[in-house]
Write a protein that binds this ligand. Structure first.
Ligand code: NDP
Length: 276
């Protein structure tokens, strides 16, 4: 029970990675405030947790709307009395954005900036006064490895902003003892629909492996990283973005076949042991 009686506010907690984070922290004794727009889906996650004897409540808010965020934070405080851990997980990726190329650039940017970047800012700014009252409190932002890739367009740009904001908030929150970090996930399997979009082809196979480990990551693996960043085990880490992508970002994918030319383990091979 690492986080017994702490309060976690997780945005986008009714689905995918956010749901995984809600489950992980609830199992560690945390009271979980699940924030999203679709209340029915949020209530389903609350029921899953409460049926296991864990503590959770749902709160409806659109994180891209500052007044909605302010009202929701007040409700969380009325219910739980404090906020110890904020996870800014709600996000809009290209596939779920319902973006229309006929929309003006301003409208398209608003869609990606609104939830990913404004949402992170509103939640962080309005939670900080409450986080600063608690010991070992923390903010964890969910970014994306899309920050590295031009082909993710405005989503990558907004998430790059999230990483910049992580550093700004880490600097400003440090005097209050609040640590601020980000997790940058690679491909994480959240639903079959998401998998199909990610694969981008009709036969359901990846053209290239989604990670060095030849699989997508799981919401639990991101939740485990969030638990580490919220715990005292990471007490000297702030302002950082931790990439959790199964090694995706360290590969030069166009040259991946060169491994076959030079031979696997050509650098790490030891001639003393022939076991691998
Ligand atoms: P989705 O991105 O599909 O789900 C997004 C979640 O955010 C839902 O719970 C949704 O609930 C909520 N949400 C979206 N917009 C708003 C809003 N304006 N206000 C409040 N809540 C909102 O889920 P994933 O689990 O895939 O992604 C979670 C995070 O991880 C996102 O930030 C995403 O960008 C990031 N990420 C995901 C990766 C992946 O491979 N899955 C890879 C890299 C990063 P509702 O619709 O009910 O509001």
């Amino acid at each position: 029970m690492k986080f017994k009686n702490k309060v976690l506010l997780v945005t986008g907690g009714n689905f995918g990675i956010g749901r995984g984070i809600a489950h992980k922290f609830a199992a560690e004794g945390t009271h979980v405030a699940i924030v999203a727009r679709n209340e029915n889906r949020s209530k389903e996650v609350v029921t899953e947790l409460v049926e296991q004897g864990l503590s959770a409540k749902s709160f409806q808010a659109d994180v891209s709307n500052e007044d909605s965020v302010i009202n929701m934070i007040d409700e969380v405080l009325e219910n739980f009395g404090q906020i110890d851990i904020l996870v800014n997980n709600a996000g809009v990726g290209s596939s779920r954005s319902k973006i229309d190329r006929k929309d003006k650039p301003g409208k398209r940017w608003e869609i990606f900036r609104g939830t990913n970047l404004d949402g992170t800012y509103f939640l962080s700014a309005h939670s900080l006064p409450h986080l600063s009252k608690q010991n070992n409190s923390t903010i964890i932002n969910i970014s994306s490895t899309a920050t590295f890739h031009g082909n993710w367009g405005l989503y990558g740009a907004a998430k790059a902003g999230v990483e910049g904001m992580t550093r700004s908030f880490a600097a400003e929150a440090a005097p209050y003892g609040v640590r601020v970090n980000a997790i940058s996930p690679g491909w994480i399997e959240t639903s079959s629909e998401q998998t199909a979009v990610a694969q981008g082809n009709s036969d359901g196979q990846w053209d290239m492996p989604p990670s060095l480990l030849n699989r997508m990551g799981t919401p639990e693996e991101i939740a485990n990283t969030a638990a580490f960043l919220a715990s005292s085990e990471s007490s000297f880490i702030t302002g950082q973005t931790l990439i959790v992508d199964g090694g995706l970002m360290i590969m030069d994918y166009p040259s991946i076949s060169s491994l076959e030319v030079v031979g696997h383990r050509v650098f790490s091979h030891s001639d003393r042991y022939e076991t691998l």
